[in-house]
Design a binder for this molecule. Structure first.
Ligand code: SF4
Length: 279
């Protein structure tokens, strides 16, 4: 595990994703090391010297850079940690996500934030300052089974601790969301109704859903996990599972469950009639 302190020139960058104005990534790299992560493209800039999940660069001056930038920028919606996890373990020591949130709240910016870490609850006091201008503050949970989660998200906090974090945030009045993304065929669909019951108990308001996207070199890593732990799924996985038909079925199931448990739903992937999944 390599942790380095680096300096950045800018804190906010323009965001290409519709509905958001800026991105802010307090770290480069992520020690959670999820096998499906496509932020692993960051490794391309490191000439293969370090593997995804084994390094993190801490942008130690990012609060100062942000303080300077917000003086000149129009307030907008900031997507926090588009290619990292803002609450990975190093944040406990550095607290740079916390400082950035304070600055954004004071300067009337809005934020969108997802994490896999219960450390987010440390900052409930600041998250509340955003009031209604916080978008989908929440936690990513791709499956209920801890063993499955460890196989695909080897160094991320347990599912149980993430559910607890959601509960704590909901109790403090923050309208929370769960991101089921990526929805991993054959894994995320196990115990789906039970998963939704846990979400309801944790006071979740919104479900975000995305499919498994094969990009930025994540497929060989996913395949390794399938071969090792799920040989019954591994053969022909892409052709059998990553289909429009499969995701159309999941979409219907999730809509039914959202209606049953009174969650609102935000689909990240487009309807199959609008896009063709690559095989
Ligand atoms: S927590 Fe997010 S950024 Fe970190 S490895 Fe997992 S998917 Fe990638």
């Amino acid at each position: 595990m390599i942790i380095r302190e680096v300096r950045c020139k800018r804190a906010l960058n323009p965001c290409k994703i519709k509905g958001f104005d800026y991105t802010l990534n307090p770290y480069i790299g992520c020690l959670h090391g999820c096998v499906y992560c496509y932020a692993r493209f960051m490794c391309f800039y490191r000439e293969g010297r370090e593997k995804w999940g084994e390094f993190v660069d801490v942008k130690i001056n990012i609060p100062d850079a942000l303080e300077e930038q917000v003086k000149h920028l129009k307030p907008g919606i900031v997507m926090i940690s588009s290619v990292t996890d803002a609450y990975q373990a190093v944040e406990k020591k550095y607290q740079i996500t916390r400082h950035c949130l304070e600055i954004l709240a004071e300067n009337n910016f809005q934020i969108a934030l997802l994490t896999k870490s219960p450390l987010i609850t440390r900052d409930i006091d600041i998250l509340k300052k955003f009031g209604n201008s916080i978008h989908q503050p929440g936690v990513t949970i791709t499956c209920l089974d801890e063993k499955d989660a460890r196989n695909f998200e080897p160094k991320a906090p347990s599912v149980k601790s993430r559910l607890k974090a959601l509960e704590k945030m909901s109790e403090s009045g923050i309208p929370t969301s769960v991101f089921i993304g990526p929805f991993i065929p054959g894994i995320s669909d196990k115990n789906l109704e039970e998963l939704f019951k846990h979400f309801r108990e944790a006071g979740v308001k919104t479900i975000l859903l995305d499919k498994l996207n094969l990009k930025c070199g994540n497929w060989p890593e996913i395949k390794k996990v399938l071969d090792k732990h799920y040989p019954e799924l591994a053969t022909d996985y892409r052709r059998k599972w990553l289909t429009n038909e499969y995701y159309e079925g999941i979409r219907s199931k999730v809509i039914t469950l959202c209606n049953r448990y009174e969650f609102s739903l935000n689909l990240i992937f487009r309807h199959p009639t609008q896009t063709k999944l690559k095989k």
